[in-house]
Design a protein around this ligand. Structure first.
Ligand code: 13P
Length: 256
């Protein structure tokens, strides 16, 4: 089997946006991407804007997704949004287990695994986030934390995964998110290689591993040149059309 991992760049808008701002951001982004060689590109706005973003991006090279999802399909879960609903909105991706969800919404490793399965069950692609905190990094626990977070996901996928199963893993060191700090390129590659080893052992060899945490137009080229970095999950810079477009171009360079 040939292993093809098309580079992927996904913008996580977090809790940002407004109808007018979304429209100008996407129009500027689409203008900036014209005639460039592109990686796969996605944007994940807050729930209330998914329909608007879907309408603006229909028939463009950019797809869209959501930032979280319920593990349940339907029922008495006030305030939750299910994967079948996201499918109806034309989503391609759903981010699960972002550190901000783990931290502020007390999402556990097991809950994240159940969400990933719910996403797959609806024919969507989960982007499963893992990453260590500053304290965990300082005390040398990075790989142990990644293993702990990945274990229930890999176990759950073993039950549902087949050759066509597509998941994406995003390595986001919590201390690098929104701080302007990134690990060294060697540090990023070491963690990605570790994740790759776990994925290979689980038979998920096609899985793309994204890096997230203070990726900007200025450092994307360096990060995306690393052998096991298949693209990025972008926060702040995804809200700037020019920066995001530069990041997309840097990921496309992996295809040469
Ligand atoms: P920043 O790119 O703002 O550091 O955020 C990364 C992130 O959390 C993407 O999910």
């Amino acid at each position: 089997m040939t292993i093809v991992r098309t580079p992927l760049v996904v913008g996580n808008w977090k809790m940002n946006g407004a109808f007018g701002a979304n429209q100008s951001l996407l129009e500027n982004l689409l203008r900036g991407l014209v005639q460039k060689r592109l990686p796969e590109i996605g944007v994940c706005p807050p729930f209330p804007y998914i329909a608007q973003v879907g309408a603006l991006l229909a028939n463009t090279p950019i797809v869209w997704g959501a930032q979280t999802v319920s593990e349940h399909r339907a029922g008495a879960y006030t305030g939750q949004v299910s994967a079948p609903m996201l499918k109806e909105l034309g989503c391609t991706y759903v981010i699960v287990g972002h550190s901000e969800r783990r931290q502020y919404c007390a999402e556990t490793d097991d809950a994240v695994a159940r969400q990933a399965v719910a996403v797959l069950d609806s024919g969507l692609m989960p982007i499963i986030c893992v990453g260590e905190s500053a304290d965990e990094e300082a005390t040398g626990q990075t790989l142990a934390v990644i293993d702990r977070q990945l274990a229930p996901v890999l176990l759950a996928l073993a039950g549902v995964a087949d050759e066509g199963t597509t998941v994406v893993i995003a390595y986001e060191p919590v201390w690098a998110i929104g701080t302007g700090k990134t690990p060294t390129p060697e540090g990023v590659q070491a963690v990605h290689a570790h994740i790759r080893k776990r994925l290979d052992a689980a038979g998920l060899v096609q899985t793309r591993i994204l890096y997230g945490g203070s990726v900007k137009g200025s450092n994307a080229e360096l990060l995306f040149a690393l052998p096991d970095v298949d693209g990025g999950l972008i926060g702040g810079a995804a809200l700037d059309a020019q920066d995001f477009s530069t990041i997309c171009t840097a990921a496309a360079n992996r295809m040469v």
